[in-house]
Design a binder for this molecule. Structure first.
Ligand code: FES
Length: 152
């Protein structure tokens, strides 16, 4: 048996046969593995007794689950209320188009992972994104693309 499946089985043992614990089980697995590969999703589905389609639906719906390993840099675009009102969605869309990924995915070259946040704690600078630990504010799509493009 491969190690991913073995690891997942061990991690989800407390949730075996408890479909209502699906999100908690997925959190635990992602914390351990860093992401949720298909094999892990299958093992979670089997252990909890839920259809794989349900697991995939949850993983896809919630932006904090990722299905690929993290890239060299993690970009977090804020879609909290202040950022949403000031154009955060347009910033996110511009980066999705530029990098050809959706939230939760990593670029083909492994350089960037794209994520969505619900408030980065600096609403006065909205709309905001973070690249790793650095905050960038008062963004528009053009400025966001430029900053990402200049990240080494
Ligand atoms: S809502 Fe975006 S930083 Fe608070």
């Amino acid at each position: 048996m491969n190690t991913v499946v073995e690891t997942v089985k061990e991690l989800v043992r407390p949730f075996a046969g408890k479909p209502t614990e699906l999100i908690q089980a997925l959190h635990g697995v992602q914390s351990a593995l860093g992401y949720l590969p298909r094999q892990a999703q299958e093992a979670v589905a089997a252990a909890l007794g839920v259809p794989l389609s349900q697991v995939r639906g949850v993983v896809t719906f919630y932006h904090f689950f990722r299905t690929q390993p993290a890239g060299k840099h993690t970009i977090r675009v804020c879609l909290g209320t202040a950022c949403h009102v000031r154009g955060g969605e347009r910033v996110l869309q511009a980066l999705q188009d530029e990098l050809r990924v959706k939230p939760g995915q990593t670029t083909a070259d492994g350089k960037y992972s794209l994520e969505v946040a619900r408030c980065l704690g600096c609403c006065g600078l909205a709309p905001v994104m973070m690249i790793d630990e650095e905050v960038y504010g008062r963004l528009d799509p053009k400025k966001a693309r430029r900053i990402v493009g200049e990240t080494p």
